[in-house]
Design a protein around this ligand. Sequence first.
Ligand SMILES: Cc1cc2nc3c(=O)[nH]c(=O)nc-3n(C[C@H](O)[C@H](O)[C@H](O)COP(=O)(O)O)c2cc1C
Length: 340
Amino acid sequence: MAKLFETLKIKDLTLKNRIVMAPMCMYQATTDGYPTMFHTIHYVNRAIGGVGLIILEATAVEARGRISGNDLGLWEDEQVEPLKKLVHEIKQYGAKVCVQLGHAGRKCGVKAENSISSSSIPFSDKYQTPKEMTKDDIKDVISSFRNSAKRAFEAGFDTIQLHGAHGYLINQFLSPLTNKREDEYGGSIGNRVRFLKEILVSIQRVWPKEKPIMLRISAEEFVEDGNHVDDLIKVINLVKAYGVDIVDVSGGGVIADASINPYPGYQIKYAEKIKQNTDVVTVAGGLVTTPEMAEEVVSNDRSDLVFFGRLLLRDPYFPLHAANKLNHEMEWIKPYKRGR
Ligand SMILES: Cc1cc2nc3c(=O)[nH]c(=O)nc-3n(C[C@H](O)[C@H](O)[C@H](O)COP(=O)(O)O)c2cc1C
């Protein structure tokens, strides 16, 4: 049997296969952060297609933490109900559902908001110069993450993912390229990880212990003086005791002009190294374009799970097609059985 189609249990979350839909901003929410009909069509289709775990796109924990004016949000209680309906619809087709909780920090693309960051350094000349966060700002953002996690629980998500990758706020604290602070939140890796650690401690007060917490990271920042996979291994080993069960291994996004030369499977080696040197469940991906590539990754224990982004935009039914390719008898939803 293809390992890509084996189940995986992490705490009380059981995934029917190893296929994860990567979080992808769709910029289709209303300007106040609510999902639209597009989200139902988009995510339910991937659930019908057989994805094991669907990670909803970056969802802002604060209005000033949005990447665009059309991001999803969980910064206020009223945003829970429509997401609850969406989660319910997705789950009917056997997929488990995660939401990526994010804060853009200096990469906030909403002109009306005042952006904040670990240090006052703009991402590029197209972005505002962010305000360096005071201790009070840090406390406020930590509460925003906690309140959003509580709302995510109320909406019925099976797991939450903290967006610690791609140069967004958590990554802005983790990276020596963007964190030039001289207080206990900057300097050594132990200090740069403090903001993330405090978010995790705070979230654990509202997120049930039986449900896993995911963390997405940029394992490679593609700049010499930035973080590399060995630094991220240290970060993970420092935070795993604070409730991180699954690490989703991505890369880049910290510096506007970093030179990335992607090729098929270019980030798998980072996930593999992280899996070997930390004791967490991993999600690997980045230009994984065929069922055979994904099967190789999980069968050789290079990662527990594989994420797919653009491939699932091209082909919402990729898991059904992959099962066919790998000779796995996958259950099709009843109304579609005659199409098998
Ligand atoms: C349209 C689009 C939107 C994305 N939005 C997010 C996002 O909200 N959060 C995130 O962590 N990554 C985001 N990404 C990155 C993807 O999750 C994924 O890591 C990347 O596309 C590489 O995987 P792939 O080669 O399978 O597409 C986005 C990518 C695309 C193409």
